[in-house]
Design a protein around this ligand. Structure first.
Ligand code: ASP
Length: 438
Protein backbone atom coordinates (compact mmCIF):
# COMPACT_ATOMS: atom_id res chain seq x y z
CA UNK A 1 0.00 0.00 0.00
CA UNK A 2 1.38 3.41 -0.97
CA UNK A 3 -0.11 6.81 -0.26
CA UNK A 4 1.20 9.96 -1.90
CA UNK A 5 0.48 13.08 0.13
CA UNK A 6 0.63 16.70 -0.92
CA UNK A 7 0.66 19.44 1.69
CA UNK A 8 -0.38 22.95 0.64
CA UNK A 9 1.10 26.27 1.75
CA UNK A 10 -1.00 26.63 4.90
CA UNK A 11 0.17 23.19 6.07
CA UNK A 12 3.77 24.37 5.69
CA UNK A 13 3.37 27.85 7.15
CA UNK A 14 5.29 27.45 10.42
CA UNK A 15 6.83 24.98 12.87
CA UNK A 16 3.42 24.14 14.40
CA UNK A 17 2.07 23.17 11.00
CA UNK A 18 5.19 21.09 10.31
CA UNK A 19 4.45 19.20 13.53
CA UNK A 20 0.92 18.44 12.33
CA UNK A 21 2.29 17.21 9.02
CA UNK A 22 4.69 14.92 10.82
CA UNK A 23 2.01 13.35 12.97
CA UNK A 24 -0.19 12.82 9.90
CA UNK A 25 2.63 11.15 7.98
CA UNK A 26 3.66 9.02 10.94
CA UNK A 27 0.12 7.88 11.65
CA UNK A 28 0.22 5.59 8.62
CA UNK A 29 3.30 3.69 7.38
CA UNK A 30 1.97 3.71 3.82
CA UNK A 31 2.38 7.49 3.71
CA UNK A 32 5.83 7.37 2.18
CA UNK A 33 5.84 10.00 -0.54
CA UNK A 34 5.28 13.59 0.54
CA UNK A 35 5.03 16.54 -1.86
CA UNK A 36 5.14 20.02 -0.39
CA UNK A 37 4.23 23.59 -1.36
CA UNK A 38 6.12 26.64 -0.16
CA UNK A 39 5.27 28.08 3.27
CA UNK A 40 1.98 29.96 3.01
CA UNK A 41 0.12 32.44 5.17
CA UNK A 42 0.09 31.98 8.95
CA UNK A 43 -2.66 34.54 9.45
CA UNK A 44 -4.90 36.74 7.34
CA UNK A 45 -2.52 39.48 6.26
CA UNK A 46 0.58 37.31 6.17
CA UNK A 47 2.46 36.50 2.95
CA UNK A 48 2.91 33.35 0.99
CA UNK A 49 6.64 32.97 0.34
CA UNK A 50 6.08 32.34 -3.37
CA UNK A 51 4.48 35.77 -3.64
CA UNK A 52 7.48 37.31 -1.93
CA UNK A 53 9.87 35.68 -4.38
CA UNK A 54 7.85 36.98 -7.34
CA UNK A 55 8.23 40.36 -5.68
CA UNK A 56 12.01 39.84 -5.36
CA UNK A 57 12.17 39.04 -9.04
CA UNK A 58 10.34 42.26 -9.92
CA UNK A 59 12.86 44.19 -7.80
CA UNK A 60 15.76 42.52 -9.60
CA UNK A 61 14.22 43.42 -12.96
CA UNK A 62 14.16 47.08 -12.05
CA UNK A 63 17.56 47.07 -10.35
CA UNK A 64 16.04 47.86 -6.96
CA UNK A 65 17.34 46.14 -3.84
CA UNK A 66 15.17 43.24 -2.72
CA UNK A 67 17.07 42.70 0.52
CA UNK A 68 14.18 43.45 2.91
CA UNK A 69 11.89 41.03 1.07
CA UNK A 70 14.58 38.38 0.84
CA UNK A 71 15.19 38.74 4.56
CA UNK A 72 11.51 38.06 5.26
CA UNK A 73 11.77 34.81 3.32
CA UNK A 74 15.03 33.79 4.98
CA UNK A 75 13.69 34.47 8.45
CA UNK A 76 10.60 32.35 7.93
CA UNK A 77 12.55 29.23 7.01
CA UNK A 78 15.33 29.78 9.54
CA UNK A 79 12.68 30.17 12.23
CA UNK A 80 11.02 26.90 11.24
CA UNK A 81 14.37 25.13 11.21
CA UNK A 82 15.39 26.49 14.62
CA UNK A 83 12.03 25.88 16.28
CA UNK A 84 12.14 22.28 15.15
CA UNK A 85 15.82 21.88 16.05
CA UNK A 86 16.81 20.81 12.52
CA UNK A 87 20.26 20.80 10.98
CA UNK A 88 19.54 21.92 7.39
CA UNK A 89 22.13 24.51 6.33
CA UNK A 90 19.63 27.22 5.44
CA UNK A 91 22.21 29.99 5.69
CA UNK A 92 24.42 28.27 3.11
CA UNK A 93 21.46 27.59 0.82
CA UNK A 94 20.19 31.15 1.09
CA UNK A 95 23.63 32.64 0.46
CA UNK A 96 24.07 30.48 -2.65
CA UNK A 97 20.68 31.64 -3.93
CA UNK A 98 21.52 35.26 -3.24
CA UNK A 99 24.69 34.90 -5.27
CA UNK A 100 22.78 33.37 -8.15
CA UNK A 101 20.32 36.24 -8.00
CA UNK A 102 23.15 38.74 -8.34
CA UNK A 103 24.45 36.95 -11.40
CA UNK A 104 21.04 36.61 -13.03
CA UNK A 105 18.37 33.99 -12.41
CA UNK A 106 15.18 33.16 -14.30
CA UNK A 107 11.86 33.95 -12.66
CA UNK A 108 10.84 30.30 -12.67
CA UNK A 109 14.03 29.15 -11.01
CA UNK A 110 13.84 31.88 -8.38
CA UNK A 111 10.22 31.29 -7.35
CA UNK A 112 10.72 27.53 -7.29
CA UNK A 113 13.28 27.88 -4.49
CA UNK A 114 10.71 28.25 -1.73
CA UNK A 115 9.30 24.81 -2.56
CA UNK A 116 12.87 23.52 -2.67
CA UNK A 117 13.67 24.91 0.80
CA UNK A 118 10.37 23.70 2.23
CA UNK A 119 11.07 20.18 1.00
CA UNK A 120 14.62 20.21 2.33
CA UNK A 121 13.35 21.17 5.79
CA UNK A 122 10.48 18.70 5.73
CA UNK A 123 12.77 15.84 4.62
CA UNK A 124 15.11 16.67 7.49
CA UNK A 125 12.20 16.78 9.94
CA UNK A 126 10.56 13.53 8.82
CA UNK A 127 13.87 11.70 8.37
CA UNK A 128 12.90 11.00 4.72
CA UNK A 129 15.16 11.40 1.68
CA UNK A 130 14.92 14.72 -0.14
CA UNK A 131 14.15 14.10 -3.81
CA UNK A 132 14.56 17.17 -6.01
CA UNK A 133 11.90 17.56 -8.71
CA UNK A 134 14.68 18.74 -11.00
CA UNK A 135 15.68 15.10 -11.23
CA UNK A 136 12.43 13.57 -12.37
CA UNK A 137 9.71 16.03 -13.42
CA UNK A 138 10.45 16.62 -17.09
CA UNK A 139 8.77 19.15 -19.35
CA UNK A 140 8.81 19.02 -23.13
CA UNK A 141 9.87 22.04 -25.16
CA UNK A 142 6.20 22.93 -25.69
CA UNK A 143 5.82 23.35 -21.91
CA UNK A 144 3.68 20.25 -21.33
CA UNK A 145 4.82 17.43 -19.07
CA UNK A 146 6.70 14.57 -20.68
CA UNK A 147 4.64 12.02 -18.84
CA UNK A 148 6.53 8.93 -19.90
CA UNK A 149 9.99 10.26 -19.04
CA UNK A 150 8.66 11.77 -15.80
CA UNK A 151 7.02 8.57 -14.57
CA UNK A 152 10.02 6.48 -15.48
CA UNK A 153 12.45 8.85 -13.75
CA UNK A 154 10.38 9.04 -10.57
CA UNK A 155 9.89 5.28 -10.36
CA UNK A 156 13.61 4.90 -10.59
CA UNK A 157 14.47 7.69 -8.12
CA UNK A 158 11.85 6.92 -5.47
CA UNK A 159 12.08 3.16 -5.64
CA UNK A 160 11.56 1.80 -2.13
CA UNK A 161 12.46 5.10 -0.46
CA UNK A 162 10.47 7.39 1.77
CA UNK A 163 10.84 10.77 0.11
CA UNK A 164 9.90 14.42 0.36
CA UNK A 165 9.50 16.13 -3.00
CA UNK A 166 9.19 19.86 -3.70
CA UNK A 167 6.05 20.74 -5.67
CA UNK A 168 5.52 23.28 -8.45
CA UNK A 169 8.56 22.76 -10.72
CA UNK A 170 10.56 20.49 -12.97
CA UNK A 171 13.07 20.88 -15.77
CA UNK A 172 12.95 21.67 -19.46
CA UNK A 173 14.88 19.49 -21.90
CA UNK A 174 17.76 21.99 -21.74
CA UNK A 175 17.99 21.56 -17.95
CA UNK A 176 16.50 24.92 -17.00
CA UNK A 177 13.85 25.06 -14.30
CA UNK A 178 10.22 25.54 -15.24
CA UNK A 179 7.28 25.97 -12.89
CA UNK A 180 3.64 25.12 -13.39
CA UNK A 181 1.13 27.95 -13.16
CA UNK A 182 0.25 29.14 -9.65
CA UNK A 183 -1.00 26.44 -7.29
CA UNK A 184 0.81 23.83 -9.37
CA UNK A 185 2.12 21.71 -6.51
CA UNK A 186 -1.22 19.90 -6.74
CA UNK A 187 -0.08 18.66 -10.15
CA UNK A 188 3.31 17.54 -8.87
CA UNK A 189 1.50 15.43 -6.26
CA UNK A 190 -0.85 13.97 -8.86
CA UNK A 191 2.03 13.10 -11.19
CA UNK A 192 3.92 11.46 -8.34
CA UNK A 193 0.84 9.43 -7.36
CA UNK A 194 0.29 8.33 -10.96
CA UNK A 195 3.96 7.53 -11.59
CA UNK A 196 4.16 5.36 -8.48
CA UNK A 197 0.72 3.77 -8.95
CA UNK A 198 -0.28 4.97 -5.49
CA UNK A 199 -3.37 3.54 -3.82
CA UNK A 200 -4.56 7.02 -2.98
CA UNK A 201 -3.48 10.61 -3.55
CA UNK A 202 -4.12 12.61 -0.37
CA UNK A 203 -4.22 16.35 -0.94
CA UNK A 204 -3.88 18.01 2.48
CA UNK A 205 -5.12 21.58 2.77
CA UNK A 206 -6.91 23.82 5.26
CA UNK A 207 -10.52 22.85 4.59
CA UNK A 208 -12.21 19.55 5.31
CA UNK A 209 -12.85 18.77 1.67
CA UNK A 210 -14.65 20.36 -1.23
CA UNK A 211 -17.63 22.33 -0.07
CA UNK A 212 -21.14 21.83 -1.40
CA UNK A 213 -21.39 25.51 -2.26
CA UNK A 214 -19.25 28.62 -2.26
CA UNK A 215 -18.72 29.71 1.38
CA UNK A 216 -18.82 33.34 0.24
CA UNK A 217 -22.44 32.75 -0.74
CA UNK A 218 -23.67 30.07 1.66
CA UNK A 219 -22.79 30.29 5.31
CA UNK A 220 -20.84 27.26 6.51
CA UNK A 221 -21.59 24.91 3.63
CA UNK A 222 -21.06 21.23 4.30
CA UNK A 223 -18.17 19.39 2.72
CA UNK A 224 -18.91 16.88 -0.02
CA UNK A 225 -18.23 13.37 1.21
CA UNK A 226 -17.86 11.68 -2.14
CA UNK A 227 -17.76 13.09 -5.63
CA UNK A 228 -16.99 11.49 -8.97
CA UNK A 229 -14.46 12.99 -11.35
CA UNK A 230 -17.27 13.82 -13.79
CA UNK A 231 -19.29 15.63 -11.13
CA UNK A 232 -16.22 17.54 -10.09
CA UNK A 233 -15.60 18.59 -13.66
CA UNK A 234 -19.20 19.85 -13.91
CA UNK A 235 -18.86 21.77 -10.67
CA UNK A 236 -15.53 23.36 -11.46
CA UNK A 237 -16.66 24.20 -14.98
CA UNK A 238 -19.51 26.27 -13.64
CA UNK A 239 -17.30 28.05 -11.17
CA UNK A 240 -16.49 25.96 -8.11
CA UNK A 241 -12.88 26.61 -7.12
CA UNK A 242 -11.52 23.19 -6.42
CA UNK A 243 -8.03 22.08 -7.41
CA UNK A 244 -5.49 23.26 -9.91
CA UNK A 245 -6.99 22.28 -13.26
CA UNK A 246 -4.11 20.00 -14.28
CA UNK A 247 -4.41 17.95 -11.09
CA UNK A 248 -7.18 15.61 -11.97
CA UNK A 249 -5.88 14.21 -15.22
CA UNK A 250 -2.89 12.09 -14.07
CA UNK A 251 -4.74 10.42 -11.20
CA UNK A 252 -8.00 9.99 -13.07
CA UNK A 253 -6.19 8.34 -15.94
CA UNK A 254 -4.87 5.72 -13.53
CA UNK A 255 -8.09 5.45 -11.55
CA UNK A 256 -6.37 6.57 -8.35
CA UNK A 257 -8.74 7.96 -5.69
CA UNK A 258 -8.06 11.54 -4.69
CA UNK A 259 -8.78 12.44 -1.10
CA UNK A 260 -8.92 16.08 -0.02
CA UNK A 261 -8.06 16.37 3.67
CA UNK A 262 -7.60 19.02 6.32
CA UNK A 263 -4.22 19.23 8.09
CA UNK A 264 -5.91 21.12 10.93
CA UNK A 265 -8.61 18.48 11.34
CA UNK A 266 -6.86 15.23 10.42
CA UNK A 267 -9.64 12.98 11.74
CA UNK A 268 -12.13 14.38 9.25
CA UNK A 269 -12.44 12.05 6.23
CA UNK A 270 -12.61 15.03 3.83
CA UNK A 271 -13.79 14.55 0.27
CA UNK A 272 -13.13 11.37 -1.68
CA UNK A 273 -12.99 11.77 -5.45
CA UNK A 274 -13.24 8.65 -7.58
CA UNK A 275 -14.35 7.56 -11.02
CA UNK A 276 -17.50 5.99 -9.58
CA UNK A 277 -19.11 4.94 -6.32
CA UNK A 278 -21.40 2.08 -5.45
CA UNK A 279 -23.86 4.34 -3.70
CA UNK A 280 -26.33 5.17 -6.44
CA UNK A 281 -29.26 3.53 -4.72
CA UNK A 282 -28.27 4.60 -1.24
CA UNK A 283 -31.21 6.67 0.02
CA UNK A 284 -29.16 7.96 2.96
CA UNK A 285 -27.07 9.96 0.59
CA UNK A 286 -27.99 13.28 -0.87
CA UNK A 287 -29.20 13.53 -4.41
CA UNK A 288 -27.35 16.75 -4.99
CA UNK A 289 -23.57 16.67 -4.69
CA UNK A 290 -22.93 20.35 -5.05
CA UNK A 291 -24.30 23.65 -6.28
CA UNK A 292 -22.17 26.14 -8.18
CA UNK A 293 -22.54 28.87 -10.72
CA UNK A 294 -21.14 31.84 -12.55
CA UNK A 295 -22.42 35.27 -13.41
CA UNK A 296 -22.27 37.41 -16.54
CA UNK A 297 -23.51 35.39 -19.45
CA UNK A 298 -25.35 36.63 -22.52
CA UNK A 299 -28.10 34.63 -24.16
CA UNK A 300 -28.40 35.17 -27.90
CA UNK A 301 -31.78 33.95 -29.07
CA UNK A 302 -32.28 33.49 -32.79
CA UNK A 303 -35.85 33.03 -34.05
CA UNK A 304 -36.87 31.92 -37.51
CA UNK A 305 -40.16 30.54 -38.57
CA UNK A 306 -39.78 26.92 -39.70
CA UNK A 307 -36.25 26.68 -38.35
CA UNK A 308 -36.69 23.16 -36.97
CA UNK A 309 -37.48 21.69 -40.40
CA UNK A 310 -34.73 23.57 -42.22
CA UNK A 311 -31.51 21.61 -42.72
CA UNK A 312 -28.24 23.29 -41.75
CA UNK A 313 -29.46 26.42 -39.97
CA UNK A 314 -27.85 25.52 -36.65
CA UNK A 315 -24.67 24.58 -38.44
CA UNK A 316 -24.51 27.98 -40.15
CA UNK A 317 -25.09 29.79 -36.86
CA UNK A 318 -22.39 27.81 -35.09
CA UNK A 319 -20.00 28.44 -37.95
CA UNK A 320 -20.31 32.17 -37.34
CA UNK A 321 -19.58 31.68 -33.62
CA UNK A 322 -16.61 29.47 -34.53
CA UNK A 323 -15.31 32.10 -36.86
CA UNK A 324 -15.18 34.60 -33.97
CA UNK A 325 -13.62 32.00 -31.66
CA UNK A 326 -16.60 32.07 -29.30
CA UNK A 327 -17.30 29.03 -27.14
CA UNK A 328 -21.01 28.29 -26.83
CA UNK A 329 -21.60 27.12 -23.27
CA UNK A 330 -25.20 25.92 -23.54
CA UNK A 331 -27.60 25.58 -26.40
CA UNK A 332 -31.25 25.32 -25.35
CA UNK A 333 -33.63 25.25 -28.31
CA UNK A 334 -37.30 25.54 -29.19
CA UNK A 335 -39.16 24.71 -32.40
CA UNK A 336 -38.49 27.96 -34.19
CA UNK A 337 -35.67 29.32 -32.11
CA UNK A 338 -32.40 28.48 -30.54
CA UNK A 339 -30.51 30.21 -27.73
CA UNK A 340 -26.76 30.34 -27.51
CA UNK A 341 -25.40 31.03 -24.05
CA UNK A 342 -21.98 32.66 -24.11
CA UNK A 343 -19.74 34.51 -21.67
CA UNK A 344 -20.55 38.25 -21.95
CA UNK A 345 -16.86 39.17 -21.72
CA UNK A 346 -16.07 36.80 -24.58
CA UNK A 347 -18.39 38.53 -27.03
CA UNK A 348 -17.87 42.10 -25.82
CA UNK A 349 -15.56 43.03 -28.70
CA UNK A 350 -17.36 41.18 -31.52
CA UNK A 351 -21.02 41.09 -30.56
CA UNK A 352 -22.37 43.40 -33.27
CA UNK A 353 -20.20 42.06 -36.09
CA UNK A 354 -21.12 38.52 -35.12
CA UNK A 355 -24.83 39.23 -35.02
CA UNK A 356 -24.58 40.91 -38.43
CA UNK A 357 -22.92 37.75 -39.77
CA UNK A 358 -25.64 35.53 -38.28
CA UNK A 359 -28.19 37.80 -39.93
CA UNK A 360 -26.49 37.31 -43.31
CA UNK A 361 -26.00 33.58 -42.85
CA UNK A 362 -29.53 32.49 -41.86
CA UNK A 363 -31.85 35.50 -42.35
CA UNK A 364 -33.69 35.02 -39.06
CA UNK A 365 -36.90 36.80 -38.12
CA UNK A 366 -35.38 38.08 -34.92
CA UNK A 367 -32.15 38.06 -32.93
CA UNK A 368 -32.41 39.01 -29.29
CA UNK A 369 -29.56 39.41 -26.82
CA UNK A 370 -30.29 39.09 -23.11
CA UNK A 371 -27.44 40.16 -20.87
CA UNK A 372 -26.68 39.86 -17.15
CA UNK A 373 -27.63 36.22 -16.91
CA UNK A 374 -26.14 33.95 -14.25
CA UNK A 375 -25.85 30.21 -14.57
CA UNK A 376 -26.59 28.05 -11.54
CA UNK A 377 -25.94 24.32 -11.72
CA UNK A 378 -27.11 21.65 -9.34
CA UNK A 379 -24.85 18.64 -9.87
CA UNK A 380 -25.42 15.10 -8.64
CA UNK A 381 -24.73 11.63 -10.02
CA UNK A 382 -27.82 10.30 -8.31
CA UNK A 383 -30.24 12.80 -9.79
CA UNK A 384 -30.93 10.52 -12.72
CA UNK A 385 -32.42 7.91 -10.37
CA UNK A 386 -34.70 10.17 -8.43
CA UNK A 387 -37.85 11.65 -9.92
CA UNK A 388 -38.82 15.10 -8.80
CA UNK A 389 -35.40 16.74 -8.39
CA UNK A 390 -35.92 19.24 -11.18
CA UNK A 391 -39.45 19.89 -9.91
CA UNK A 392 -38.04 20.70 -6.51
CA UNK A 393 -35.43 23.03 -8.01
CA UNK A 394 -38.01 24.96 -10.02
CA UNK A 395 -40.48 25.07 -7.13
CA UNK A 396 -37.83 26.31 -4.73
CA UNK A 397 -36.75 29.09 -7.05
CA UNK A 398 -40.38 29.99 -7.83
CA UNK A 399 -41.42 30.08 -4.18
CA UNK A 400 -38.58 32.49 -3.54
CA UNK A 401 -39.61 34.81 -6.33
CA UNK A 402 -36.62 33.97 -8.51
CA UNK A 403 -37.47 34.05 -12.18
CA UNK A 404 -35.91 31.25 -14.22
CA UNK A 405 -34.71 32.63 -17.53
CA UNK A 406 -33.43 29.38 -19.01
CA UNK A 407 -33.34 25.67 -18.21
CA UNK A 408 -31.05 22.96 -19.51
CA UNK A 409 -30.16 19.49 -18.38
CA UNK A 410 -27.06 17.55 -19.41
CA UNK A 411 -27.82 14.36 -21.41
CA UNK A 412 -26.44 12.20 -18.59
CA UNK A 413 -28.87 13.79 -16.13
CA UNK A 414 -26.00 14.64 -13.86
CA UNK A 415 -26.79 18.31 -13.75
CA UNK A 416 -29.69 20.69 -13.97
CA UNK A 417 -28.73 24.15 -15.07
CA UNK A 418 -30.86 27.22 -14.72
CA UNK A 419 -30.24 30.72 -15.95
CA UNK A 420 -31.35 33.49 -13.60
CA UNK A 421 -30.77 37.24 -13.55
CA UNK A 422 -27.36 38.21 -12.22
CA UNK A 423 -29.07 39.98 -9.33
CA UNK A 424 -30.72 36.72 -8.20
CA UNK A 425 -27.51 34.67 -8.41
CA UNK A 426 -26.48 34.45 -4.76
CA UNK A 427 -30.02 33.99 -3.50
CA UNK A 428 -30.70 31.22 -6.02
CA UNK A 429 -27.72 29.28 -4.69
CA UNK A 430 -28.72 29.95 -1.08
CA UNK A 431 -32.32 28.80 -1.47
CA UNK A 432 -31.32 25.70 -3.42
CA UNK A 433 -28.72 24.82 -0.81
CA UNK A 434 -31.25 25.28 1.97
CA UNK A 435 -33.85 23.18 0.28
CA UNK A 436 -31.57 20.27 -0.64
CA UNK A 437 -29.03 20.22 2.14
CA UNK A 438 -30.34 21.76 5.32
N1 ASP B 1 3.94 27.87 -4.32
C1 ASP B 1 3.27 27.84 -5.57
C2 ASP B 1 2.20 28.91 -5.59
O1 ASP B 1 2.06 29.65 -4.64
C3 ASP B 1 2.71 26.50 -5.90
C4 ASP B 1 1.73 25.93 -4.92
O2 ASP B 1 1.63 26.39 -3.79
O3 ASP B 1 1.03 24.99 -5.28
O4 ASP B 1 1.51 29.04 -6.56
Amino acid sequence: MLKVLKFGGSSMADAKQFEKVKSIVEADPSRRVVVVSAAGKRFKNDHKLTDLLYLCYAHLQYGVSCNPVFTMISERYIEIRDELGLKTDMEGELAALREKMNKGISQDELVSRVEYFAARLMADYLGFDFLDSELWLKFKFDGTVDQEATYEALRHAADGHSVVIPGFYGTMPDGTIKTFSRGGSDITGALAAAALDADVYENWTDVSGILMADPKIVENPQPIERVTYSELRELSYVGAQVLHEGTIFPVREKNIPLNIRNTNEPEHPGTMIMEEFEDLEDPAHRFITGIAGRKNFSVITITKNGMSSEVGTLHKILEVFDHYGIVVEYLPSGIDNVSLVVGSDKIAACQYAMIADVQKAVHPDQIKVTENIAIVAAVGRKMAFKPGISGKIFATLGENGINIRMITQGPEEMNIIVGVDNKDFARAIQVLYNSFVK
